[in-house]
Design a protein around this ligand. Structure first.
Ligand code: HEM
Length: 497
């Protein structure tokens, strides 16, 4: 009996043996596939072959663009950053990826990030569908239309914002320019999209709709990286979780009422009135599309412009000589100047370009999918379906493209604007892309530039006594990166002396 129980394996032993064999088999298949993966030839850390955990950690701690930049510095202009993703920082390859008709389309990540029930311009993948939508929306975002129809409104909101900043700072209190610029940009884009002022600058705070929209976007940002958290959060019956994960019906209902209201007021009430009247002829956009696009555009036009203006003010106030020179340039403007005159000012535009080079609001990875047939990227064959990302953060800080790239030096743009540009300057101009590139370049570029020019001009004409508060330091302005950038302190305080 004793001998038999020693020699015959029990059922549990057989099961354990089978599980063990299954496990070894799985590991072998995984190792075999990993060893034959064409991406193995791409330089990068060893763990990127097996897991995206290191990249995810960087994403959820707001360090993604810094992590990818450190990988480029270590491994070169092409680097594998996860089992299915490579990053590229060679300017010519970036241009090739982003150029119109390249075949490198946006990835599903954009749709997951925004998570609306239908795609919008920002999230559309199919180039033909995107091109048709872009053509329709572009009518409301051209420089001439914006100047003709909206410049006065944008300017009045800027003047109000600066008056409110000064009122707040009258008693010697610190004034957070990031709060005010974000309110300004949010109020401008909401007014342009829904045709009504939300009165946020007057009140000095965002309203209920914008708060819910911001919470929803944060919820989507969490959900795209941690889908389980989104799923669990959407079941939890608290107001916060509802705002983060279940606000779409509220946002849609609000947007529908706002769009219907502005439609009744006629063609110049909002940007969409113009687009709707055009699209109704060919029924290209239904009401839901309009509401979703308007909602997405409010998001796209708010923190982006607010953050860029914040860094502009910080960068100039940190450099007294530059500030004096800018104030002098602006003091020569006639009282009734407009955006067109501002476009001619060399230093103002150099300051804006330099701000966007180092602190443009969206300098992180822009993911694109390698076309089905695969592509040769800087000498490596990359199979179809792999994600390839490029980031302005790295290209804009490349010393071979921008001399002393880490320095904030607007004078580099003054030299570049002369008639005779050197080949190095031409390379720098081509590599510069704070608003993205190609067919997916920012739709709001002219609106953003108009706001940046007018707001910077008004600020440095009317806030001569403003200085950075002691609490605003290089450390407090260090960037975090959750798709967009923001100062880690989420504020930029000044005082009026
Ligand atoms: C300084 C401010 C801004 C910066 C730095 C900025 C930056 C960018 C960048 C880098 C992209 C490309 C994204 C990609 O390829 O994945 C983009 C796209 C876009 N931006 Fe902006 N943006 C700004 C302001 C605005 C404003 C004011 C609006 C509209 C109100 C806007 C609307 C859009 C839209 C709709 C897209 C998607 C375009 C498409 O895919 O066809 N942006 N922006």
């Amino acid at each position: 009996m004793a001998m038999a129980s020693m020699e015959l394996p029990t059922i549990s032993m057989i099961l354990m043996l089978l599980i063990g064999l299954g496990f070894v088999w799985k590991i072998s298949v995984f190792a075999y596939n990993a060893s034959r993966d064409p991406l193995n030839k791409v330089p990068g850390p060893w763990y990127a072959r097996f897991t995206n955990l290191r990249l995810k950690l960087a994403v959820i701690t707001g360090r993604r663009m810094f992590y990818v930049d450190s990988m480029h510095r270590r491994y070169g202009s092409i680097v594998r950053i996860s089992p299915t993703e490579i990053a590229v920082s060679d300017p010519a390859t970036c241009q090739r990826i982003h150029k119109i008709g390249s075949g490198f389309n946006k990835t599903q990540w954009y749709h997951d990030l925004v998570s609306f029930e239908r795609p919008t311009l920002f999230t559309m993948v199919d180039p033909k569908i995107h091109a048709a939508r872009r053509k329709l929306l572009a009518r409301g975002f051209s420089k001439s239309y914006l100047r003709g129809t909206w410049e006065a409104l944008v300017r009045s909101k800027i003047e109000l914002t600066i008056r409110k900043m000064k009122e707040e700072g009258n008693s010697g209190a610190e004034v957070d320019v990031m709060k005010w610029w974000t309110l300004l940009a949010t109020d401008v884009s909401s007014h342009l999209m829904f045709g009504n002022s939300f009165g946020m600058i007057e009140k000095g705070k965002t309203d209920m709709y914008i708060q819910t929209l911001q919470a929803t976007m944060q919820g989507s940002g969490i959900g795209v990286e941690l889908p389980l958290v989104r799923r669990i959060g959407s079941w939890i019956p608290t107001d916060t979780c509802k705002q983060f994960f279940r606000s779409t019906p509220f946002l849609m209902d609000y947007g529908t009422r706002a769009i219907r209201g502005s439609k009744d007021r006629g063609d110049s009430a909002n940007i969409f009135a113009k687009i709707i009247s055009e699209s109704e002829k060919g029924a290209a956009l239904d009401e839901k599309d309009v509401v979703l696009e308007a909602t997405a555009l409010i998001v796209a036009g708010s923190d982006t412009t607010g953050v860029s203006l914040t860094y502009l003010v910080w960068a100039v106030l940190s450099r007294p000589e530059l500030r004096n020179a800018l104030e002098q340039e602006l003091s020569r403007l006639p009282e009734n100047y407009g955006d067109q005159e501002l476009e001619e000012l060399p230093l103002l535009n150099a300051v804006i370009d330099e701000t966007l080079r180092l602190y443009g609001a969206a300098p992180g990875g822009l993911p694109r999918e390698v076309p089905t047939e695969g592509a040769n990227i800087t000498g490596y064959f990359i199979p179809g379906g792999i994600t390839v990302t490029t980031q302005a953060y790295t290209i804009h800080r490349n010393d071979d493209i921008f001399a002393h790239a880490a320095e904030f030096d607007p004078s580099r743009w003054l030299a570049m604007s002369s008639e005779k540009t050197t080949s190095g300057e031409a390379l720098a101009k081509a590599a510069y892309h704070p608003f993205g590139a190609g067919s997916r370049v920012c739709l709001g570029i002219h609106l953003a530039q108009m706001e940046l020019r007018l707001a910077a001009a008004e600020f440095f004409r009317h806030c001569k006594g403003a200085i950075l508060a002691p609490s605003t330091t290089a450390e407090s302005m260090e960037m975090e990166n959750f798709f967009l950038i923001a100062p880690q302190s989420h504020r930029c305080n000044i005082v009026f002396t």
